[in-house]
Ligand binder design. Structure first.
Ligand SMILES: Cc1ncc(COP(=O)(O)O)c(C=O)c1O
Length: 359
């Protein structure tokens, strides 16, 4: 029996949403709505697929470890220096590297609960302790309590806006005030994986000003609105000195050649990104209204998903939906439904109606 680290079994497993193939195999269904993983429901931009196909012939070579071209393109897009951009194999890669670079035994990390399930996982992997601060009324980050929760041994704080799984966002001034109050000895990750979906007028990302702060890393990803979840590429923006230190724990060649090339092309199509944000907002409103009409109380969402806590078993509802071909995500007492295509959204509502009629 090999010797594993003594706390290995305490690392929570990341359980991904069920894949289409799994559900088709298990239930033998023809029409499935895959609304469990907050992915974009349609294919990537065709130009991106072409760019990836053309780059594939170079895969005998290692990727550019410095991610030069895509880093410069992201820097130009946000109006920051290329040294202020850190590219990873998905933003999860940057979360993990940050946790490993600042965490470890006798340290702690503060985050909201519920929030992105990777935060406690990476905290435990790093050997640090998780400090969970429950969301306040209306599923909002309780920034005052999060500030109070920071201890002398805390090295990392996560602020997720919009928050996964509940979807609510923080106004720019709220995030700024929080960052002003946190000691520079503590790294703050502002996770903006869903920022491009926000349509609320008071949303104001701190991405451009992050490099001027010594301890702030703002995360974005190509997995969501750009529709490239399978490509694995995301980025962080922060102070160049901070990034130079954080990136020490990142695996070499973490970002593949096709990921770099695909993201470079995707970034050029901001007109279509904006169209997607509008289409998503329509779907989000449709799902939210449908849930209210059926007596549920969904959280106000600015992301590409809607969260609600049914008064009855969330597990039963998720299982019953799945058996009828609608895959949603159950998280504790809540269900998170990703905005799909209009057909998928309608299938969710129709299936929900069928199930409610039999209760
Ligand atoms: C809040 C949040 N951050 C980060 C990620 C990671 O995304 P990726 O690693 O695909 O960039 C996700 C994915 O679901 C997320 O919900």
């Amino acid at each position: 029996m090999p010797t594993f680290r003594s706390d290995l079994s305490s690392i929570p497993r990341y359980v991904p949403g069920r894949t289409l193939d799994e559900v088709v195999r298990e239930f033998g269904l023809a029409s499935i709505s895959q609304l469990a993983s907050n992915e974009w429901p349609n294919r990537p931009f065709p130009e991106v697929v072409d760019a990836i196909a053309s780059a594939a012939v170079h895969l005998n070579r290692y990727p550019d470890n410095s991610t030069h071209e895509i880093r410069h393109a992201i820097a130009a897009f946000h109006g920051v220096a290329p040294e202020a951009v850190w590219v990873g194999s998905g933003s999860s890669d940057l979360i993990r590297s940050t946790a490993l670079s600042v965490g470890g035994p006798a340290t702690s990390a503060v985050f909201a609960d519920p929030s992105f399930i990777l935060y406690p996982i990476t905290t435990t992997i790093s050997g640090a302790e998780s400090i969970r601060v429950p969301l306040a009324a209306g599923y909002r980050h309780d920034l005052d309590r999060m500030l109070d929760a920071i201890r002398a041994d805390t090295t990392l704080v996560y602020v997720c806006s919009p928050n996964n799984p509940t979807g609510g966002h923080l106004a720019g001034h709220e995030v700024r005030a929080f960052l002003d109050d946190v000691s520079e000895a503590v790294v703050v990750i502002v996770d903006e994986a869903y920022a491009e979906f926000v349509t609320a007028a008071d949303h104001d990302s701190v991405v451009k000003e992050a490099p001027a702060r010594s301890n702030v890393l703002v995360l974005r990803t190509f997995s969501k609105i750009y529709g490239l979840a399978g490509l694995r590429i995301g980025y962080g923006i922060g102070n160049p000195d901070l990034i130079a230190n954080l990136h020490r724990t990142q695996a070499p060649f973490a970002v593949t050649t096709v990921a770099q090339v695909g993201a470079l092309e995707a970034l050029k199509h901001q007109d279509r990104v904006k169209e997607r944000a509008l289409a998503n907002a329509e779907g989000r409103e449709f799902l939210t209204a449908a849930l209210f009409e059926r007596g549920f109380d969904p959280a106000e969402s600015q992301a590409n998903f809607v969260y609600f806590e049914p008064a009855f078993s969330s597990r039963q509802l998720a299982d019953d939906l799945m058996a009828k071909g609608v895959i949603v995500r159950r998280l504790g007492a809540g269900l998170r439904v990703t905005v799909g295509t209009p057909t998928e959204n309608a299938q969710f509502v129709e299936t929900l109606d069928e199930l409610l009629a039999t209760r």
